[in-house]
Design a protein around this ligand. Sequence first.
Ligand SMILES: [Zn+2]
Length: 240
Amino acid sequence: MTIKRLILVCALTALAACTSGGLNRSAGGVYAPGVAGEGDIDGLIVGHRLMAAGEYQLALDAYTRAAGQQGLNVDTLSALGSANLRLGRLGQAERLLRRAVAEDAGFAAAWNNLGVILMEQGNGFTAEGRDRTAHAEKLLATRAGKTYSLTVLAGATLYSSAEPCAMCAGAIYWAGIGRVVFGQTEVALKAITGDNPENPTLDLPCAVVFEAGQRPTEVVGPLLEDEASALQADYWGSRG
Ligand SMILES: [Zn+2]
C-alpha cells in the first residue's frame, strides 16, 4: 500500500509499532529464556521453573549457578538476561542478551527478549523507480529473507499499519515470517481508496493466503484500526 510503513521489531514494542508497522521476534513468551542446546541444563531447568513461578531473583541465582557449572554459553547468557529483564535491570539484561545472540544469531529466545527493531521499511514506489509492486511489506520480506534464517523469522512478527495485500502476504509466507500484526483491514482501506488507480486496493484477507500455506503464519488484527485508518485517510484526503 502506498503509504504503509513497516518495521521489523523485537517483541517489546508491540502496540507502539501497530500504527507504523514492523516485524518483531515474538509470539510465545516475551520473557521465555528457552534452551538452545543439550548438556547439563539442570540449573537452567530450575531457573525456568522459578521464572514461571514469578520468583525472578531466585531464578537469577539458579541461572548464575548454572553459568558457574556450564560457563557463559547461549543458554546461560539468555537465561541470565531474561531474569535481569524481569528484575528491571535493563542495561545488564541487554548486555547479556546481546552476548547471547552474538554466540548464536539463530537463538530466537534471546532476540525475543532483546526487544530491538531488526528492520524497517517504507513504501518503495518512488525509490524503486515507480515500481507498483514495491509495497513496504514485500520489500521488507525480501530483505528479511536474505538477512535472517528461517528459524529466526519463524519467531518474528511483522507489524504493518494496514493489512498486507495478497502479494505481500505471499512474500511474507515465502520469507518464512511467523506472525503478522496489522492495524487497518484491507476492507477498510478499500473504503478510503476506492478504485483509485494509484491504489486499487486488493481486498482479500491475508489470513486466506496464509491458510493455503504449508507452514503456519499467525495473524493478529485489526488493532488500533481507527488510528491506522487515520494515517490513510489523511494521505488520500490530501490527494483528493
Ligand atoms: Zn501489498
